[in-house]
Design a protein around this ligand. Structure first.
Ligand code: DON
Length: 595
C-alpha cells in the first residue's frame, strides 16, 4: 500500500510539477491516515520540482556532492584528472560561484573541515568574512541608540564583510593542492563566459528575487536581464569571467589587489560602503584546530568558533548520549521532545557565549564538557516542554537568514573535505561590484548589530558577537566529518542559518542511532527549536494526534517549509555513497570516478 502511494505520488509530482498547492492538498488527502513516524518518503518532496538526484550515487574511487549538478560534474572531472579532494573542492567552490549565484561565491566566505590521509590528521580553515576596519559597534543604530533600518545590515553596500573565499581556497591549495591552480578555475571561467542553462528551480528563484536583484543596475543587468522570461535561457557573467581569469593567472592577488580591489574600494566609496583596498590586502584566512569529540564510539570532527555549529553539535551529542535514542520511534512526539529540549539549551548558550575567538574568550571546554552535558541532562524533564525563559533568561538568538551552500568531496586517496560557504542571505547584499561580476555578501548581519536592543523582530544579541573592526561574525555553519575505526563513516553539512546546527545534528543521529540509509537519513523530516522564539518547528506536516501530544507537553508547534539541504557522503565496505538533498532540487551527488 505504502509503495503504491509512493509510486502514485511520484507520478502526481511529475504531472503537476509546478503546482505546489494542489500537490500538497492531494498529498494530505492520500496520507491522512498515515502514522506520524512512518510517512512515505515521497510525501516529503513538496518543492514541486523534479530533483536532480533520483537515487543514491555510488563510487569506489571517490564521491562529490554539491548543490548544483554542474559543480558536481566539475568536481568529478578534477578527480578523474588525478586531482585530490582539495583540488576538486577548490574547483567546486569557484564553479558554484558561477552556477549557484544565490549562495556560491567569491564575494562571501565560509569554513572547511578536512581529513588528510597522508598525515592522518584533521584540519579546518576559517575563511569567514571579516568586518572592515571602519566598522564599529553601533553602526546600525541611530544616535539615540534605537535600531536604525534593519536593511542596512542585510541589503546594500554597508552590509558586506571583507570576503574570504578566494584567500581560503588559495591557502588550501598551497597546503594540499596537487593540480595547478589555473586548472581548477577553468570550468568556472567557462560557465561564466559561455553561460549555462537556467534550471526551472533557478528560474523561480530569479523571479522571486526580482525586486532585490533589480535595485542596483549592475546587479539587474546580469541577473534580471531576461526577466520574466528565463525559460530556456542561459545566464552569462562576462565580468565575473574576467575576474576569475585574473584570479586564475595572479592567484589570490587577482582578487585582493589590483583592478578588483580597486573596483571594490571605488564602488564602496561611491555608495556608502566601508571596505577598502587595505581591508582586502590584509584579509587572512586562519587554520584553526578542528573540534574533535566522540559519539557512541565514532569520532566527530567539526568546525570551531567563529562558527557556533561544532561547539553545539558536540554539546548536544554529549547530552543525547545519555538517552537510548533508538528505543524511541523516530520523529515520535517523545523523540522530538528530547531533541527539542536539548536544542533549547544549546541555542540559549549560543546567544551568550559564542563569538569570534580572536576577540572573545569562548568557553568551548565548558560548553562541550561531560559535566555540563550531565547538568543539562538532569534538568530535562521528559514529557514536558520547559518554557524557554526558564532555561536561560535574557539573550535572544539572531535573526535567521536564508542562503548558504555545502559541498563535500572524498577521493581515492582517502582525503575528505567538508565545506560550507555563503553570501548569508539569498544573493547576499544584492550588490554586484561594478565591472567585476562579484556578488557581495551581507554577512555583517550575522553580528549582533544592536546589542541589548531588540531589533524589528524582537530579537537581542550579545557582547560576544558585537561588531568590531576586523572581527568575524558568528556563524552556524557546521561542516562535519564522522570517522569510524579511522575510516570515513560519513561527512555532512547544510545551509539554513540557525537551522544548520539542528539539521546536522539530526543527520548524525539518523545515521548513527537509527542506522538509516543515506537516502532515508536525508529525506526524513527535520525538526528545529532554537530556544527563542519558543517555537518547535516541524517540516511539512504533522498529524493531529502527534500535534496534540506535543501541545500537551507545552510546545508551540509550527509547520514550516524546509530551509536546510543536507549534503552527505557515506563510506561503507570500500564504497562511497552520496545523496543530494531534494530540498534544493538542483543538488546532486555523483561517484563516477575512473579507476
Ligand atoms: O554563517 C551563518 O550562520 C549564516 N550566514 C548562514 C546563512 C545561511 O545558512 C542561509 N541559508 N540558508
Amino acid at each position: 500500500m505504502e509503495k503504491q502511494i509512493i509510486n502514485g505520488l511520484k507520478i502526481l509530482q511529475m504531472k503537476i510539477k509546478y503546482n505546489k498547492f494542489i500537490f500538497l492538498v492531494i498529498l494530505t488527502f492520500l496520507t491522512s491516515g498515515a502514522v506520524f513516524s512512518s510517512l512515505p518518503i515521497a510525501y516529503l518532496n513538496t518543492s514541486g520540482y523534479e530533483p536532480a538526484q533520483q537515487e543514491t550515487a555510488q563510487g569506489k574511487n571517490g564521491m562529490v556532492t554539491t548543490q548544483h549538478f554542474l559543480a558536481t560534474a566539475v568536481g568529478e572531472k578534477i578527480l578523474n584528472q588525478g586531482g585530490n579532494a582539495y583540488d576538486a573542492s577548490i574547483a567546486i567552490a569557484f564553479t558554484l560561484a558561477v552556477v549557484l549565484p544565490r549562495a556560491g561565491n567569491i564575494g562571501g566566505g565560509g569554513f572547511m573541515v578536512m581529513y588528510d590521509k597522508d598525515t592522518d590528521n584533521a584540519y579546518s580553515i576559517d575563511y569567514r568574512e571579516k568586518a572592515p576596519a571602519l566598522a564599529y559597534k553601533d553602526m546600525y543604530l541611530n544616535d539615540d541608540g534605537t535600531f536604525n533600518d534593519k536593511k542596512l545590515s542585510t541589503f546594500g553596500y554597508l552590509s558586506s564583510g571583507v570576503p574570504g573565499t578566494v584567500a581560503g581556497m588559495w591557502e588550501v591549495h598551497k597546503k594540499f593542492g596537487s593540480l595547478p591552480w589555473s586548472e581548477l578555475l577553468k570550468d568556472a571561467i567557462y560557465y561564466a563566459e559561455n553561460g549555462f542553462n537556467i534550471t526551472p528551480y533557478m528560474e523561480d528563484v530569479l523571479k522571486n528575487y526580482n525586486q532585490k536583484l533589480s535595485y542596483y543596475p549592475e546587479t539587474k543587468s546580469i541577473f534580471q536581464k531576461d526577466f520574466p522570461n528565463f525559460t530556456n535561457k542561459k545566464l552569462f557573467q562576462k565580468d565575473l569571467a574576467n575576474t576569475l581569469n585574473r584570479i586564475s593567472s595572479e592567484g589570490k592577488k587577482g582578487f585582493y589587489e589590483g583592478y578588483v580591489a580597486e573596483s571594490i574600494e571605488n564602488d564602496m566609496k561611491k555608495n556608502g560602503g566601508l571596505i577598502t583596498k587595505a581591508d582586502l590586502k590584509n584579509y587572512n584566512p586562519v587554520w584553526r584546530l578542528p573540534l574533535i569529540s566522540n559519539y557512541r564510539g565514532n569520532k566527530v570532527i567539526t568546525m570551531g568558533p567563529p562558527s557556533s555549529g561544532g561547539v553545539h553539535i558536540i554539546q548536544m551529542l554529549n547530552v543525547l548520549e545519555n538517552y537510548q535514542l533508538n528505543s524511541y520511534v523516530h520523529n515520535s512526539p517523545e523523540y522530538i521532545n528530547i531533541l527539542g529540549e536539548v536544542m533549547k539549551h544549546a541555542y540559549s548558550d549560543r546567544s551568550k557565549y559564542l563569538g569570534d575567538p580572536d576577540f572573545f574568550d569562548v568557553p568551548i571546554k565548558k560548553i562541550t564538557s561531560e559535566t555540563y552535558a550531565e547538568e543539562i541532562h538532569q534538568s530535562i524533564k521528559v514529557g514536558i516542554s520547559t518554557p524557554s525563559e526558564d532555561i536561560h533568561p535574557g539573550m535572544f538568538l539572531q535573526q535567521e537568514s536564508h542562503e548558504t551552500t555545502h559541498f563535500s568531496v572524498a577521493d581515492r586517496f582517502g582525503n575528505i573535505v567538508s565545506s560550507t560557504y555563503t553570501l548569508n542571505s539569498t544573493f547576499g547584499s544584492g550588490v554586484v561590484i561594478e565591472g567585476t561580476g562579484i556578488l557581495m555578501n551581507n554577512e555583517m548581519d550575522d553580528f549582533s548589530s544592536a546589542p541589548g536592543i531588540p531589533n524589528q523582530f524582537g530579537l537581542l544579541g550579545s557582547e560576544a558577537n558585537e561588531i568590531a573592526p576586523y572581527k568575524r561574525p558568528l556563524s552556524s555553519m557546521t561542516p562535519t566529518i564522522v570517522m569510524k575505526d579511522n575510516e570515513l563513516f560519513f561527512t555532512t553539512g547544510s545551509p539554513g542559518g540557525a537551522r544548520i546546527i539542528s539539521a546536522v545534528l539530526q543527520s548524525i543521529l539518523n545515521i548513527i542511532d537509527f542506522e538509516m540509509s543515506l537516502e532515508e537519513a536525508t529525506k526524513v523530516r527535520r525538526i528545529h527549536h532554537q530556544w527563542q522564539p519558543d517555537v518547535l518547528e516541524i517540516e511539512y506536516y504533522i498529524d493531529d494526534k502527534a500535534n496534540k501530544e506535543l501541545i500537551d507537553m507545552g510546545y508551540s508547534v509550527k509547520i514550516r517549509r524546509p530551509l536546510t539541504c543536507i549534503q552527505t557522503i557515506m563510506y561503507k565496505d570500500g564504497k562511497y555513497y552520496g545523496y543530494g538533498d531534494f530540498r534544493r532540487p538542483d543538488a546532486y551527488a555523483s561517484g563516477n570516478i575512473n579507476d
